[in-house]
Design a protein. Sequence first.
Length: 151
Amino acid sequence: MKERRWEERIVFSLFFLFTFSFLIPAACKHAPEALPKPEGTSYVFEADDKIIFKALSRILKDRGFGEPRVEADKGRLETDYLVQEDWRTKVVATIKKVSRREREVTLAVITEQKDSSPSGWKPKKLMGKEQYETFFGEIEMQIYREWYKGE
């Protein structure tokens, strides 16, 4: 009787080890890759949220992104993907109040290249510090234009 119980434990243990030694690696192997959080660069403007949203919307529309989705209550602006051949790009901007007159704008330009991954796209970092500075310079000029136009 003791031998039978001992054999059952061995068989159960081997079955358990065998099953999990194949299932765990297989489960991990097919897990989708987590996309990295988009990097962003920040700049502080002396302007109202409303003016900044208008300036950003105008610039992005002029660049072919279409009409961005503005969530003024959350301080967020996001475009749809602009697809060009094997590349797609979208812009996400957040606006945070720093002081009574200042707003911090965090801008993330997300660029992806088509590939054979499960999602079909692989993130690529193309924008550097200089490109973001140029973009912020455009935003600042557009803010002045929006002020000139008035409400």
